[in-house]
Design a binder for this molecule. Structure first.
Ligand SMILES: Nc1nc2c(ncn2[C@@H]2O[C@H](COP(=O)(O)OP(=O)(O)OP(=O)(O)O)[C@@H](O)[C@H]2O)c(=O)[nH]1
Ligand SMILES: [Mg+2]
Length: 301
């Protein structure tokens, strides 16, 4: 007998302010680390796919950079990724940090959503940190500004509310094909995954000192049966930032390298050789070709 329920599939733009928990949500839903997560806002710089096969559906989540007003070329490119995702989506999830008060940045995010007007779910995140009644004014505020299909309190970190979110997504997605084979969970090339893991460790190790100014370029990526060799350049903006990454007698760079290597070995077993080199590139965030190189769908990386 033919299956009476049609297969559903489509693209879901996961958007929201920096630090709202977009990447955490995508990782938890996919069940693998697709996108790096740190406590520092503006961690994600690309549009990153996380692919989830779930109860007669293929849900293609697009993690995006946080919505903000861009000043540098890098930030402009980040916002271009947000707009592309809002253009290509079937459905959007606006994710909000419910432990924060509503502010101008949230208004700006709502304005952007209204401009593209996708069918949207509002996910009120980080409910593990708050008392339930404090959600009410937020729900009131958001439902006055946009006609959300659903408003769902979640904890992307702990998984609360995610079954409800998934059911709502499947309901809103159109009938469609399986876009990706079932064993694929992201579209990122290995080199890009490697550079992101290194960048995550740098941000985690240096966050008070260097929030936004590093980029990681993979110079060489050699996969052999027994070992994967990765040579990468860590770019900073100023000479004064170099010692922050390197640390006393190289201690911090060594720590960054060890943490990155341990995680990279899970992706590229059994062994990874990682070589990191720190370079100063003044104003790299406004350097057109360098910023373009960070876009793995277009750049040479
Ligand atoms: N307590 C709590 N923390 C969370 C939750 N979701 C995310 N976080 C934390 O919030 C911080 C930011 O999470 P990310 O997933 O990197 O946020 P993002 O929206 O992707 O941030 P950008 O990429 O910078 O725009 C991290 O420290 C997460 O651990 C949650 O449900 N509860
Ligand atoms: Mg992110």
């Amino acid at each position: 007998m033919p299956d009476p329920t049609p297969f559903k599939s489509g693209f879901v733009a996961v958007v929201g302010r920096p630090n709202a928990g977009k990447s955490t949500l995508v990782n938890t839903l996919v069940g693998s680390k697709v996108s790096i997560v740190t406590r520092v806002p503006q961690t994600t710089r690309n549009r990153i796919l996380g692919i989830l096969n779930y109860s007669g559906a293929q849900i293609i989540l697009m993690d995006t950079p946080g919505i903000h007003k861009p000043l540098s070329r890098l930030n402009q490119q980040m916002m271009t990724f947000v707009r592309q995702a809002l253009t290509d989506r079937d459905v959007a999830v606006l994710i909000v940090d419910a432990s924060e008060h509503f502010g101008r940045g949230d208004e700006f995010a709502l304005e952007l959503l209204t401009h593209y007007a996708p069918p949207s779910i509002l996910a009120l995140n980080k409910i593990d940190r708050i008392k339930k009644p404090s959600l009410l004014p937020l729900i009131d505020r958001y439902s006055k500004s946009y006609e959300f299909e659903e408003i769902i309190p979640i904890s992307a970190l702990r998984g609360d509310g995610l079954p409800e979110l998934l059911s709502a997504l499947v309901r809103l997605l159109p009938e469609g094909p399986q876009y990706f084979p079932p064993d694929i969970y992201t579209d990122q090339p290995e080199r890009f995954l490697a550079s992101e893991i290194i960048r995550e460790k740098i941000i985690q190790q240096t966050r008070q000192e260097l929030p936004y100014v590093t980029a990681v370029l993979i110079d060489k990526f050699e996969e052999r049966e027994t070992i994967t060799g990765i040579h990468a350049t860590v770019i900073v903006e100023k000479e004064s930032q170099k010692p922050i990454v390197i640390g006393r007698r190289g201690a911090r760079l060594k720590q960054i390298g060890t943490e990155a290597r341990q995680e990279l070995e899970k992706l590229f077993p059994p062994k990874v050789f990682l070589d990191l080199f720190v370079k100063v590139e003044p104003y790299w965030r406004d350097n057109r070709s360098l910023v373009a190189e960070l876009d793995y769908r277009e750049g040479v990386g």
